[in-house]
Design a protein around this ligand. Structure first.
Ligand code: GDP
Length: 455
């Protein structure tokens, strides 16, 4: 019989309210032992899915909190089992005493991800939906949360299931034709089978294409800020991030490393990389920072090149500008507008020199970055797209597509039915692993082990 698990599902304490959950066959009995509703009747005998007010008891029988509790009977609960939630005050002492009492009455501590694992094992969620729960919890922007919730609602799982069922229908037709020769079945035609396999492969490839964009949503679109020391990169970083994370001083070369911060710009996740000043240096630490800055500039999705309008265009600036042809999407920021009354002549020359995707004149110090932020938010994928965020799912999609390609080749070359069937079955199996229909226990263990306790 499954154990009854208990854990605190809410975040760090002290806080206003903490939520303790229990799931399993004894969840209601344990709740009745630790929680006494003011009305007298145990919560398990009262209306389910309703909040009930009462006293929470420590192991010694004394009251440790006045709070709310609710019961969610199987099978329509998050885990598919009897589930209980207690909403107490967010005190470490209250939660510890309550859990202690629950454990004394037979509950056991929940390992990481155990609630969601049980939801998967009872068929409440498929694996793509369970992975979406983890993505949703870790989402750093509105767009990331929307993508995770779409997956939680089945945007990936339902598509994969539909493709898998098409290939399965093809296989069962083949076997039926072989096994029931007397029946009046439609003949199995290789040409039709090839069409089904090609359509399925192309649907898989479309899903797989959403992986790169899905990663951008989950991890943030990488945007590097480059420029000579003192151009105002850290100030720009801080203005965009809305905090004082990078140290801003007027001494050249203060940002020695690449600072990264995912910021939510208009709901879109942007991973800003603030690089050390791009100039040759004798100091070893600074040289390493400069090298990383070059790398960041070459690998980032967009690169913001910051120039200081209050001075001349220096050889150091020209060195920075030499990197621009290597950048995928260069953006020019002419900074410190507050220090100049008219644009210096070099600003026009630089603006014309490269194919900038956008040019902004601003003062980072006075936090004038709205237009730039607006432009950056447009770099993120659109929320309507079906996005794949899991490397596991992407790998399986690719392997299933490859297996279908082999099946198509075998069918075309008129190979034996065995070769064609083996590859099509392999694809079905790989697709089943995405949703969990054919996943083994080790895989489930590995996926849920990455969750936090209480989820
Ligand atoms: P970094 O070395 O490129 O990261 O440059 P910082 O952001 O550290 O800025 C260097 C100096 O320029 C600091 O004293 C900033 O306060 C100043 N600074 C940055 N942006 C502006 C701006 O828009 N206007 C003015 N007046 N000063 C700025």
């Amino acid at each position: 019989m499954a154990s009854t698990i208990a854990a605190c599902s809410s975040g760090s304490m002290p806080c206003a309210i903490a939520i303790v959950r229990m799931s399993g066959p004894e969840a209601f009995a344990v709740l009745d032992g630790v929680f006494k509703p003011t009305s007298g009747k145990p919560v398990s005998q009262r209306q389910s899915r309703h909040m009930h007010y009462g006293r929470l008891l420590a192991k010694d029988g004394l009251t440790i909190d006045l709070c709310l509790a609710a019961c969610f009977p199987a099978p329509n609960s998050y885990t598919g089992e009897d589930l209980v939630e207690v909403y107490c005050h967010g005190s470490q002492a209250v939660v510890a005493a309550m859990l202690d009492h629950c454990f004394a009455l037979g509950a056991v501590p929940a390992p990481p991800g155990e609630f969601t694992k049980r939801a998967f094992l009872s068929g409440r969620l498929d694996l793509t939906e369970a992975e979406a729960v983890a993505d949703l919890i870790h989402s750093q922007s509105e767009l990331g949360a929307k993508a995770a919730v779409a997956q939680l609602e089945g945007s990936v799982g339902s598509r994969v299931k539909a493709i898998r069922e098409n290939v399965l229908a093809l296989l069962s037709h083949f076997y039926a034709v072989c096994d029931y020769t007397d029946e009046d079945l439609d003949p199995f035609e290789y040409e039709k089978a090839i069409t089904v396999l090609e359509d399925s492969r192309s649907a898989l490839d479309t899903l797989h294409e959403g992986f790169r964009r899905g990663r951008l949503v989950r991890d943030g679109v990488p945007v590097a800020i480059i420029g000579k020391p003192n151009a105002g990169k850290s100030s720009l970083f801080n203005a965009l991030a809305g905090s004082q994370r990078a140290i801003v001083t007027d001494e050249a070369g203060t940002t020695r490393d690449v600072l990264e911060e995912v910021i939510s710009v208009g709901g879109a996740p942007i991973r800003i990389l603030d690089t050390a000043g791009l100039r040759e240096s004798d100091s070893k630490a600074e040289r390493m920072g400069v090298e990383r800055a070059r790398m960041a500039a070459m690998t980032a999705h967009a690169v913001i090149c910051v120039l200081d309008l209050s001075g001349e265009l220096t050889p150091e600036d020209r060195e920075v500008l030499e990197l621009i042809p290597l950048c995928e999407m260069p953006v020019l920021v002419l900074n410190k507008t507050d220090l100049c009354t008219a644009l210096p002549s070099w600003a026009e020359e630089v603006t014309a020199m490269h194919s900038w995707k956008a040019v902004f004149q601003l003062s980072a110090q006075s936090g004038q970055v709205e237009e730039l932020a607006q432009w950056l938010s447009g770099l993120a994928p659109k929320p309507q797209e079906v996005l794949i965020t899991s490397a596991r799912q992407a790998h399986l999609l690719q392997s299933a597509s490859d297996a279908l390609s082999s099946a198509i080749d075998s069918a075309r070359e008129g190979m034996t039915a065995d070769a064609f069937l083996m590859d099509a079955e392999r694809a079905v199996n790989l697709l089943g692993q995405i949703t969990g229909e054919t996943a083994d226990a080790d895989l489930a263990h590995e996926i849920f082990g990455r969750f936090c306790v209480g989820k």
